[in-house]
Design a protein around this ligand. Structure first.
Ligand code: COA
Length: 257
């Protein structure tokens, strides 16, 4: 169905693998169209509770936007390329279902931006992160200047943007760009085990948490989003069940309502 992605749905977790290993999974326009399409499916398919995005092979998550497609573009075409990429990555960031990046190697340029658009990141020990666009005479265009700054702070972000240098997985952990570093063989299992915990919670509460946390970074009034979301929870069966279960010292049985 998607010529550049592999997908598999198991236990309500959709694993999306960017599959151009000969080009280190670089994001050409077909990959971007496929990611756009699969995210529409994530939004609409009730069987999908959560998502892992990873890259094919053991060397690269995604080594950036496909540089060969930049050749000969005019300035308006460059802008429209970035706009399209930003919109697709907003779709990931604003997904009502959690999306984790399992970073299995190089996450450079658009690859780092893809990982940062996900809700959080787990890296294998060989992962490397960076925004090397400056080396190409460019700035990041798929949200990298914004999300890197939000995630690791202005000083470190600007240093990485201006030098174009890469950081290894343990440095990424120290910068809080990733939540965990694990051996490559354990990467997907680690992601799955976290998502199994998340999938056991009420789906609409998960969505509200994502929406409220995102609002802290979008200029929308995050505290108000939190306020109304919190209030709305009180009209749900799951909130009644969760609080009753705690008070009755038993495990809650959520129905997603
Ligand atoms: N766009 C297009 N093709 C890419 C690519 C990208 N972002 N990244 C890697 N490739 C291709 C290479 O051109 C090469 O193709 P070829 O075998 O047809 O020549 C193939 O993937 C393997 O890459 P190679 O450079 O030979 O691997 P390496 O191990 O020597 O180096 C990297 C790995 C990641 C350091 C290097 O590929 C690189 O710097 N890539 C570009 C990173 C970048 O600038 N990304 C930001 C883009 S906005």
């Amino acid at each position: 169905m998607y010529s550049t992605l592999l997908t598999s749905l198991e236990d309500s977790i959709l694993t999306i693998t960017v599959n151009r290993p000969d080009k280190l999974n670089a994001l050409n326009q077909q990959v971007m169209r496929d990611i756009d399409g699969v995210m529409d499916e994530v939004y609409s398919n009730k069987e999908i509770r959560s998502v892992i995005i990873t890259g094919a092979g053991e060397k690269s998550f995604v080594a950036g936007a496909d540089i060969s497609e930049f050749v000969g573009l005019t300035s308006p075409q460059g802008l429209s390329l970035a706009k399209n990429g930003q919109d697709i990555f907003f779709k990931i960031e604003n997904s009502p279902k959690p999306v984790i990046a399992a970073v299995n190697g190089f996450a450079l340029g658009g690859g780092c931006e893809l990982a940062m658009a996900c809700h959080f990141r787990i890296a294998s020990e060989n992962a490397k992160f960076g925004q090397p666009e400056v080396t190409l005479g460019l700035i990041p265009g798929y949200g990298g200047t914004q999300r890197l700054t939000m995630l690791i702070g202005k000083g470190k972000a600007i240093e990485l943007l201006l030098t174009g240098s890469m950081i290894d997985a343990n440095t990424a952990l120290q910068y809080r760009l990733v939540s965990y570093v694990v051996p490559q063989a354990e990467l997907l299992q680690k992601a799955r085990s976290i998502l199994e915990v998340i999938n056991s919670k009420p789906a609409h509460v998960i969505t509200r948490c994502i929406t409220a946390a995102n609002a802290a970074f979008t200029g929308i009034k995050g505290y108000e989003v939190e306020l109304f979301g919190f209030g709305e929870c009180f009209s749900t069966e799951d909130m009644k069940e969760g609080t009753s279960a705690f008070l009755e010292k038993r495990k809650p049985v959520f129905k997603g309502q």
